[in-house]
Ligand binder design. Structure first.
Ligand code: IDC
Length: 488
C-alpha cells in the first residue's frame, strides 16, 4: 500500500471515529444538521461571473440524489455549466446530479458550477425542496416525528441512469471506479526508465489531450469524458491549459478552477490526469515561472490525496537551452513535491519538446549529462507523423533506451495539427512505444476544423460523442488504438 493511500485510510478511520463520537454527542442533544448548498461567486468580470454551489451532506444518512433550484433576477442568465444536469425554465433554474455524483456520504461534499451572464445572484435556493441554508432536524430518538428524508422525497434525477448504480462522489474516495485504469494501477512512479504502477510493473498509458480549454470547453464535458473513459477506454486525459492566447494569464482564478474541475471529472471516471502547463510563446518557461509556481502550488495542494494526477510543467519550450529549462524545472518541481511528494512530473525538452531535433540538435546526451535534479520524473517528446521522419524517429528511439520518456502530445498529421495523415509513420512510432512501454497522448479531443482534432466541426455543440459517425479519419484511427486492451 502506498504511503499516500495509507495516510488517506488512516485519516478516514480517524474521521469515522470522530463522526461516530460526534453523532453520539449530537444524538444526546437530539438534533442533527441537514444538508446544505452554499453559493459563491468564484470570480466576476464586467459582463459575467463564475458561480459555484457546494452541496455538503451535514446529515447523518447518505444522500442518493440531489437537486438545487433557485431564481435568477431578470437580465442574469446562465451560459454554461458543469457537473450537474440543468432544467427549469425562464429565470427559474434547476440543477440535478449526474449519474456519478448523486451519492454524498455524511460529511462529504459535491461541487457544481456555472458561468453567468449579467451581475445578479441566485435567490430562493432550495436543496431537495428544503432551504439551502439547512438547519437542524430532530434526531430519530426525539419525540417529535422526523420529517421525511430530503433525498428520499425527491424523484430520481433525470440524468441518473437506472441501470448503473451511482458511483461515489469524486471527493468521497481517491479511487472511486473499480476496474478502471486508476483502480488497477494506483499511484504511479518512475522505475528506471519506465512508468510503473503501484505493484512495480512497467505499464503504458494511452489517451487523449483536450484542445485548449479556453476554446473547447464544450468538447471536454462530463458526457464527452464518459465516452472517452467508457467507450474509448482511455487511461489518461491531458488537460491542456494554455498560458497565453487567452489562457491562464487572462484569468488565473478561472483557469485554475477549470483545471480542478477536469481533474475531478477524470478522477470520477478512473482516468489519470495530466495537468499540462501549455506554454508555447514565449518559449522560455522562466518567463512564466512565478505564474507556474502559483498555479502548481494550488493544484498540488488540492489534489495531493489523489493518486492519478501527473504534472507536465512546460508543454513546449523553444529557443532556450536545456540548462535554462532545467533551471525552471529545478524551481517548479519542489513547489509540487512539497505538497504532493509522490506525483510523477513530466518535463518538456528543447525545441518544442523535440529533444532538440527541431533545432537541428540531439538533446539526449545533453540531458543525460545534466539531468533535472529531482527524481520520479520523465522527459517529454512530441511528434507529428506527417512532418517528423527518420531523424526525429531515430532520436526518439535512442531516447527511449536512455531516458524515462513520455509522449504527451502527438498527431498523425503535420506539425500544424492539420493536413494529410501519415498513418504509416504514426504506426511506426506507436509500435516502438508499445514495444518499449512508452506512454502516449494524442492531440486532440475537440472539433477544431483541423484534421488532428478527432471530431468533425460542430460535434461538441450537439453532444453526440459516442460511436464513430462524428469522427474524422484521425479520430477513428486513434480511437481504435486507444481501445486496444491494456497490459496492466
Ligand atoms: C495548435 C492548435 C491550434 C492553435 C495553435 C496555437 O491546433 O488551434 O491555434 O496550436 O496554439 C503543438 C502545440 C499545440 C498545437 C499543435 C498543433 O503544443 O498547441 O496546437 N502542436 O499545431 N506542438 C506541435 C504541434
Amino acid at each position: 500500500m502506498s504511503r499516500k493511500l495509507r495516510n488517506v485510510l488512516v485519516a478516514g478511520a480517524v474521521s469515522v471515529l470522530a463522526a461516530v463520537s460526534l453523532a453520539v454527542a449530537v444524538g444526546s442533544a437530539s438534533a442533527a444538521t441537514t444538508p446544505t448548498a452554499a453559493f459563491t461567486k468564484v470570480s466576476e468580470w464586467g459582463s459575467g461571473f463564475e458561480g459555484r454551489y457546494t452541496i455538503t451532506n451535514g446529515g447523518s444518512s447518505t444522500m442518493n440524489s440531489w437537486q438545487v433550484s433557485f431564481a435568477l433576477p431578470a437580465g442574469t442568465t446562465i451560459s454554461s455549466h458543469w457537473d450537474a444536469a440543468r432544467s427549469g425554465s425562464g429565470q427559474q433554474v434547476v440543477f440535478a446530479n449526474l449519474s456519478w455524483n448523486g451519492t454524498i456520504a455524511p460529511g462529504a461534499s459535491v461541487v457544481f458550477g456555472f458561468i453567468g451572464t449579467g451581475s445578479g445572484s441566485p435567490t430562493g435556493c432550495l436543496l431537495n425542496g428544503q432551504p439551502c441554508a439547512g438547519g437542524t432536524q430532530p434526531s430519530p430518538s426525539a419525540s417529535t416525528p422526523r420529517p421525511p428524508s430530503p433525498s428520499a422525497s425527491q424523484p430520481p434525477s433525470p440524468s441518473a441512469s437506472p441501470s448503473k448504480p451511482p458511483s461515489p462522489s469524486p471527493s468521497a474516495s481517491p479511487n472511486p471506479n473499480p476496474g478502471t485504469p486508476v483502480a488497477a494501477n494506483g499511484q504511479l512512479r518512475v522505475c528506471g526508465r519506465q512508468l510503473c504502477n503501484k505493484n512495480g510493473k512497467a505499464i503504458q498509458l494511452r489517451g487523449m489531450s483536450t484542445h485548449g480549454i479556453q476554446w473547447y470547453a464544450n468538447c471536454a464535458t462530463a458526457g464527452s469524458l464518459d465516452v472517452l473513459a467508457n467507450e474509448w477506454k482511455a487511461d489518461v486525459l491531458r488537460i491542456s491549459m494554455y498560458i497565453q492566447e487567452d489562457g491562464y494569464e487572462t484569468d488565473p482564478r478561472r483557469f485554475t478552477d477549470l483545471v480542478h474541475n477536469y481533474i475531478e471529472l477524470a478522477t470520477a471516471r478512473g482516468m489519470y490526469a495530466i495537468v499540462d502547463w501549455h506554454m508555447l510563446d514565449p518559449g522560455d518557461p522562466n518567463y512564466n515561472l512565478a505564474r507556474a509556481k502559483t498555479f502548481f502550488a494550488e493544484v498540488a495542494q488540492r489534489h495531493a490525496n489523489k493518486v492519478n494526477v501527473l504534472y507536465e510543467i512546460a508543454n513546449e519550450p523553444s529557443e532556450v537551452s536545456w540548462s535554462t529549462i532545467k533551471s525552471y524545472a529545478d524551481q517548479v518541481i519542489p513547489v509540487i513535491r512539497q505538497r504532493d511528494p509522490e506525483a510523477v512530473v513530466l518535463v518538456g525538452t528543447p525545441d518544442w519538446s523535440s529533444l532538440s531535433v527541431s533545432g537541428d540538435g540531439n538533446g539526449v546526451a545533453t540531458i543525460t549529462a545534466n539531468p533535472v535534479t529531482a527524481g520520479n520524473l520523465m522527459y517529454v517528446f512530441h511528434f507529428y507523423a506527417a512532418s517528423h521522419g527518420s531523424v526525429y524517429y531515430n532520436t526518439f528511439a535512442q531516447a527511449v533506451d536512455t531516458l524515462p520518456m513520455f509522449v504527451t502530445e502527438f498527431g498523425t498529421q503535420q506539425a500544424t495539427g492539420d493536413g494529410p495523415n501519415d498513418f504509416t509513420n504514426a504506426q511506426r512510432y506507436l509500435d516502438l512505444m508499445a514495444a518499449k512501454k512508452v506512454s502516449w497522448v494524442n492531440w486532440n479531443y475537440s472539433d477544431d476544423f483541423r484534421s488532428g482534432a478527432v471530431f468533425t466541426t460542430g460535434t461538441c455543440a450537439t453532444g453526440q460523442f459516442t460511436g464513430t459517425s462524428r469522427l474524422k479519419p484521425a479520430g477513428t484511427w486513434i480511437r481504435d488504438r486507444i481501445r486496444t486492451p491494456d497490459d496492466f
